[in-house]
Structures are given as structure tokens and as C-alpha cells.
Write a protein that binds this ligand. Sequence first.
Ligand SMILES: [Zn+2]
Length: 419
Amino acid sequence: MGLLKALAGLAALISATAAGAAPEHYDLEARIDPTAGTISARLIIDLPVEQALAESRYVVGERFRIVAADAGPDTSTEIGPATAPFPGLQAVTIRTRTGRPPPRRITIRWEGPLNPPQSGSPVVAASPDRVELFIDSMWLPFRDDLGLIYTLDARISGLARDMVVVAQGQIDRDGDVVRIRREIQDVDFAMVAERGLTRVVDGDVEVYARDLGTAHATLFRRHGTAAIDYFRRWFGPLPYRPVRMVVVSRAAGPGYARRGYVVVAERGGNTPNERGIAGLVAHEFGHAWWYRGGPTTEDYWMTESMASYVSGRYLESIGYGLAPHELAALRRESRETGPILGGGRPSGAAIYTKGPLLLRDLEARIGRPAMDRIIGELARDPPDRTAGFLAKIAEIAGAGAAQAFEADLRRNGYEPPVG
Ligand SMILES: [Zn+2]
């Protein structure tokens, strides 16, 4: 009786906490015309109190017409050009009147062409057979630090029934309307809708491609499943299921990933680079666990360097580890690379080349069992600041190891250890 009472009390406490901590949320209603390449949309952004700011800016591509922006009677809104975080944008700036509480709900309506003008990118946002949307085309308003992570409920009309929609979360179709509900928080809303995609399910991994039998698609599928199995043994269960990979039918342009959602391009041909595919897929699926270091912060190495380090471990486990001359090339490049910590947002070379090398050298110093324990324990609830990572190193491998690693992160250049 006492126990039941205690449990009931605990349940009430948990639900009260959950209700009080409603996450940042995007509610999107959009009509997309793939043939015309246009969108007309309404977004409601709901913010918890700690994310409600007296002044905030939301940016979207300058090619759109912002039809309306509203944050309630206590605010003023202003629309104007923006060049940050990169050029070609416009911003809705929301200011709260003095003495009034900052807005918890912001509504923005916009319309216009999905495809960036004069884009040299082979990733066209909309075409009659495929719509591919993610943050790069700035098709949706984002807070200007790109750091707002949100849950999502989207209702999108205009996508023909034979356009198969792939995104994170739960996807349902009701006639003309595709509904996407995502309970995990992410910085982006990325989706692909492509005519004629077929799906295969391997455990927790769903793979979509027009032709699942190509040499490329076969390798993506094989290594997607194998990398997830490898990581699960090390990091514990997937934070959410399933993870999805879509092989889009464009012959060029980048692959990219959000949490548990990977987009890769079908390159065609019969001689795919298996090592490259295995490394890419393992890096991107590694982000299912390693994603908390904010993209505009110095902690971003915990997202990118960690995904690269763990994908390197996967490659090694299947006989594709680095050859000595490749490792030597990484060391040469790292000698010229700026710091990871303390120098503002680190460079690409710092987080993709030097960071994984520092992690390799940390492993060499403390031994693989200690390294695997540090990473395995952190993976259950990854830190969002570097201090959390260093604390775990100190706990498992000693304060000296943590201090030496921090010094390496702050170093300009990097000299390889002797021997
Ligand atoms: Zn990455």
C-alpha cells in the first residue's frame, strides 16, 4: 500500500515535470507544388519559458515573401535582409515591449520558390519527381543561431500519392495530406519525397531507394545495418527507432544526416567505393548517439569528431582501418590546424581531421578498454558541453588524462606524440 502510494506520487511528479517542460515545438502547415517548385506555409513556433527571448530573430531564404509574422500584442516584428549566419537570408526580428513577458508563440507565414536561385548545388529542393528539403536551402524559418532544437508536427499537402515520403518520426498519409510527427528534438526538418521509392526493413534500419538492387544501394544497406549493430553493442540501444536511410536518385551532391536519418546519393556504376560508403554510413548513423555538441559552438567536436572516431572504429572492425601512410597524412594536416577549444567555432579540419586524431591518441594513452568505457557510458546520455566529456575521462582514466586531452583540444597545431 505504501509502495503503491509512493509510485502513484512518483507518477504524478513525473507527469507534472513533463507537462512543465514542454519542448520547443514547430507546427507546420504547408502546401508544396513539386512541379512549380513552390511552397505556401504557416509555421507556429511554441517555446518553453527558458527559450522565450525579449529579442529574437528567425531567418529564412530571401527568395520567399513573408506574408505575415506575429508574436502577440506585447511585441513588434520587423522584416529585413540578413547576412548571418550566412548570406541570402531575411530575418523576422521580434522585440518584446519593455516590461512585458517575452512571447511563447510565434507565427510566420511565407510563400515562394523552394529552389535557391542560381544555385550551383545539384541538390534541387523541388522537381516534379523529387522534393528534398533540409536546412541548406533555408526553406523554413530557423532561429538565427540555428541552435533551437524542436519537436515537429507537420501537415504537408500537394505531394502526389506515388511520392514516397521519408523523414524522421511517424509518417502517415491521408489522401493529399502527409502528416509527420517527430517526438525527438532536432535542429532541422529534413525530408525527401520521391516518386517510386521502395523500402526494405532490416531490424531497426529502414532503407529507401528506387532500386534497392544497385551495387551502391546494396552496400548502403549492408553497412547501415552492420554499423548500427556494432554501435548498439558499444553504446546501448538506439535512442529511438527506426533509423532511416534514403538513397536519392541524384548523381551528385552531398550526403547528410540528422538524428537517425541519412540521405545519400545514388552514384550509379558497378564499382562503388565500399570503404567510402561504409565510413559515410557509419559516421552518419553514429550521429544517432553523437549529436549534442551545438553546431555553432566549440563543443561541436563532440558531434563531428566523435562520429568520425566511432566510424573509424567500425571501419577498423571490418578490416578497413587506416594504413600507416594515411595516419601520417592526418598528422601532417593536424600540425597546421587551429585549436578545437578556445578559438571560437572550430574549422572543418579541426573537427573532422584533428579531433578524431586526438581521440585516437587519447585511446593510445589510456588503452582501448578505458576508452571504450568512457564512450560507452557517455553514449547513454551524451554531454552537450566539453566539460562533461572531460569529467568522464577523469572519472575513468584519471585527472591527468583529462587535463592532457583538454590541453590537446586547446592547442594550436598538434605535434604527434613521440614513438
Ligand atoms: Zn557528421
